[in-house]
Design a binder for this molecule. Structure first.
Ligand code: ZN
Ligand code: FE
Length: 272
């Protein structure tokens, strides 16, 4: 039987992957087996060092998705304090990096049961990468500032065409992939997404769920590829309702998915 829109599954947190809050709305993702750990995008060292100490974890590795300071700012200090090895995008200038990664490269940590491969996803920055693979048997995606729950990163260094292609690449991953983004932007993205698609019932019920999570001071992440496909306007640029909404906002004819994407991105940039 086909799932109707409102029967979409919300995503349970994955035991072994937890967020460490940094700055006002960054998440540093901690993957651990109770003894060893790695972190993704440590913009700050102190909150990570605190958790490592509290949980008595040793840090095996640091994974970086892109060069922005709120994602890499703590890496050098973590290396100095723990000796962890750093894996990051080959196409970006990073404060520290031991293994420079390009699309198709793999990262494996057998003690953590983590097996990832690298995807090039330019747009937010020119050399942005994502890590996709499995944690145990669970498919997981670490996507930095490219895909957010119900939104996407701003196009700072790339073109709308690059960003749209990068998002389409992530959208093609298995539907049950858990999506670990770099920021807690979910509710503000959803307020905008509801203006774009006021009749999307899947989005409405996810928004209700996410609002409740924030009321309880819980993260709204991880999301899933399935939820994003059903709710995220930036992955839905071929849906007639989205094309129509973007066209109305832009007040011009939009003839390609990239033009629809660019109009949506501009709309979101100007929202409130
Ligand atoms: Zn960024
Ligand atoms: Fe960021």
């Amino acid at each position: 039987m086909n799932k109707t829109q409102h029967q979409l599954d919300f995503v349970q947190p994955c035991p072994g992957i937890s967020p460490i809050s940094a700055f006002s709305d960054n998440y540093i993702w901690l993957v651990s087996n109770g003894r060893q750990a790695l972190v993704v995008d440590p913009g700050q060292a102190q909150p990570v060092l605190k958790v490592l100490k509290e949980l008595q974890l040793s840090l095996n590795a640091i994974l970086l998705t892109h060069h922005h300071d709120d994602h890499v700012g703590g890496a050098a200090e973590l290396v100095a304090q723990t000796g962890a090895k750093v894996w990051g995008p080959a196409g970006e200038v990073l404060p520290v990096c031991d293994v420079a990664l390009v699309e198709g490269d793999t990262f494996e940590d057998t003690s953590l049961e983590l097996k990832l491969s690298v995807l090039d996803i330019p747009g937010h920055t020119a050399g942005h990468i994502a890590f996709f693979g499995t944690f145990g048997t669970t498919p997981v995606l670490f996507c930095g500032d490219t895909l957010f729950a119900a939104g996407c990163g701003r196009v700072f260094e790339g073109t709308p065409a690059q960003m749209e292609a990068s998002l389409a690449k992530l959208a093609a991953l298995p539907a049950d992939s858990r999506v670990y983004c770099g920021h807690e932007y979910t509710l503000s993205n959803m307020r905008w997404a509801c203006e774009v698609e006021p009749d999307n019932v899947a989005l409405q019920s996810w928004q209700e769920h996410a609002s409740e999570q924030r009321r309880l001071n819980q993260p709204t992440l991880p999301s899933s590829v399935e939820l994003e496909l059903a709710c995220n306007p930036f992955l839905r640029v071929r849906q007639p309702s989205i094309v129509q909404a973007a066209t109305n906002w832009a007040q011009r004819e939009l003839t390609t998915p990239v033009e629809v994407f660019a109009a949506l991105r501009e709309w979101k940039n100007n929202f409130r």
